[in-house]
Design a protein around this ligand. Structure first.
Ligand code: DX5
Ligand code: ZN
Length: 227
């Protein structure tokens, strides 16, 4: 199966004291997207970065899209701020929004791509009435809140199930939907994530924790090429 695979380094594992350089370095090393994890110490038990930091890195990304993963509750006001701050994709967790359709609508009306995020135990029934408005479906392969956790293998059949739903929706509508997976992805497990049906791979610690970002990304691409 040859897909257009994309690698999205998560800046959660970058050195925040030199974030502009860290973003430039990972793009030079071959990143396709910059994954931007927003945590509020309410929806998830950790606190990270907000729209001001998105505005600050925007001049450093060139044409590389900023892929914002909101782990915040409530969502709507923060999503609107990220659209203004230069995000290309904004994803949120359905449990964190009181009105999921409204949140998707406001992200798209602001000119961004909209994504819905599923925790390992979140049911896919949230796709039933939303898939035709989504640009991206993000499956968590760890429980959200921290980088450096272990990949949960139980998500593999769920990836395959979402792939079927996306293929059916694409055939029906002609619209493209990305299938992104986030958490615990490394060069030695990326192939099985892709084989299950994913096309977009978030990796934080496996890239920013490596001595060479370029080697880390190219070993992931090499594993994908062997599928
Ligand atoms: C977890 C975040 C992930 C995380 C991935 O809540 O959404 O994006 O940074 O980090 P690794 O690749 O280290 O699991
Ligand atoms: Zn993330």
């Amino acid at each position: 199966m040859s897909r257009n695979y994309q690698i999205a380094p998560s800046i959660l594992s970058a050195d925040f004291a030199k974030l502009g350089d860290e973003v430039r370095a990972v793009i030079a090393a071959g990143a396709d997207l910059i994954h931007f994890d927003v945590m509020d110490n309410h929806y998830v038990p950790n606190l990270t970065i907000g729209p001001m930091v998105c505005t600050a890195i925007k001049p450093h990304v060139g044409n590389t899209p900023i892929d914002v993963h909101l782990m915040v509750k409530p969502v709507d006001a923060v999503a609107a701020e990220f659209a203004k701050a230069g995000a290309s994709i904004i994803s949120f967790h359905p449990e964190a929004s009181e009105h999921i359709d409204r949140t998707i609508g406001l992200i798209r009306e602001a000119g961004c791509k909209a994504g819905l995020v599923f925790n390992p135990a979140t049911p896919l029934s949230y796709l039933d009435y939303t898939i035709d408005k989504l640009d991206l479906i993000l499956l968590m392969s760890v429980n959200p809140g921290f980088g450096g956790q272990k990949f949960i293998d139980g998500v593999l059949p769920k990836i395959a199930e979402v792939r079927e739903r996306i293929d059916a929706a694409e055939q029906r509508t002609g619209r493209k939907i990305l299938l992104e997976v986030d958490g615990g992805i490394k060069a030695d497990n990326i192939a099985k994530v892709a084989a299950a049906g994913a096309d977009t791979f978030v990796a934080g610690s496996a890239i920013y924790g490596a001595p060479s970002y370029a080697n880390a990304i190219s070993s992931m691409r090499a594993a994908l090429a062997r599928i």
